[in-house]
Design a protein around this ligand. Structure first.
Ligand SMILES: C[S@@+](CC[C@H](N)C(=O)[O-])C[C@H]1O[C@@H](n2cnc3c(N)ncnc32)[C@H](O)[C@@H]1O
Length: 270
């Protein structure tokens, strides 16, 4: 089994995605989506950004490596009565099912960054985008002090070293790497712009309950707990993450959690 696929089919990412809906909609509202625009959402999960794009009238294809998330996305589109949005399985490193110049807009919010072979990912995103089209990526930033970068940093310190040749997904949060990867896909630097943006996670429970959702449903965190348990450090990992979730919570309510997280927004003109 492809380890990248296994990681994201583990658990149930839909349970985390539920906390990301408001920011997903807000981000999509800034993308200049018009009726019948052809949009590819890459690493779309269960449709946090794909569905709002379809609600604005775009023809949306969501592609994700995890079959459970593709199924969840199609079910959500059906519930919403959206006939202009469908989801299918695919790997951002190899989109051979999709033709050249097929989309006006390729969106990938914390999606394609998790695919292996980042140079292939950049090349594929450029290949399927029409000349004059755009690519917009949201990428977590290494060493950023906010939630997701810190979860991944803490988790990796409890996990065995990655296999040789592994390229960290977080490298997509470094501007020089993004420029280099798109340059190899023949997109010059002046066609790429960067901005820091914020996604806010909203959860109807305490920060510790939100952490429990990550522990139970989010593949990368599940793996970190398993690795920590194997070395007798599970309680230590839990305490460290619990401090993180509690200290980052900005909700004044005792029964709700709201955590803003910074990401790098990458816009590419093709
Ligand atoms: C953090 S989730 C984000 C999902 C969605 N974009 C959202 O904002 O809710 C990362 C997603 O990337 C998908 N993914 C990881 N590796 C992938 C790959 N190689 N090709 C396509 N999707 C991939 C995962 O299955 C997962 O749905």
């Amino acid at each position: 089994m492809n380890p990248n696929k296994a990681l994201w089919e583990k658990g149930d990412f839909t349970r985390i995605a539920e906390s990301m809906r408001e920011s997903g909609e807000a981000l999509v509202s800034t993308l200049g989506i018009t009726e019948r625009l052809d949009v590819l959402d890459l690493g779309c999960g269960d449709g946090t950004t794909a569905l709002p794009a379809a609600q604005l009238g775009a023809n949306v294809l969501g592609v994700d490596i995890a079959s459970n998330l593709v199924e969840a996305g199609n079910a959500r589109a059906q519930t919403l009565g959206l006939t202009n949005c469908r989801f299918q399985e695919g790997d951002a490193s190899d989109l051979s099912d999709l033709g050249d110049d097929s989309f006006d807009l390729v969106v990938s919010i914390f999606g394609a960054m998790f695919a292996p072979k980042p140079f292939d990912v950049a090349k594929e995103m450029v290949r399927v985008t029409r000349p004059g089209g755009r690519i917009v990526m949201g990428n977590w930033i290494p060493d950023d002090p906010t939630l997701v970068a810190q979860i991944l940093r803490i988790s990796s310190s409890y996990s065995p070293p990655p296999p040789e040749g592994f390229v960290s997904p977080m490298t997509w949060g470094v501007e020089e790497n993004v420029i280099e990867r798109f340059a190899a896909a023949e997109v010059p630097e002046e066609k790429i712009s960067f901005e820091r943006d914020t996604y806010t996670f909203n959860f109807p429970g305490t920060p510790s309950e939100f952490l429990a959702a990550f522990r139970t449903y989010y593949g990368p965190t599940m793996n970190a707990y398993e690795a920590a348990a194997a070395s007798g450090r599970e309680a230590e990992l839990n305490a460290e993450l619990d401090d993180l979730f509690t200290s980052q919570n900005t909700s004044p309510s005792e029964t709700a959690t709201s955590i803003p997280a910074t990401f790098l927004r990458v816009s590419v003109a093709v």
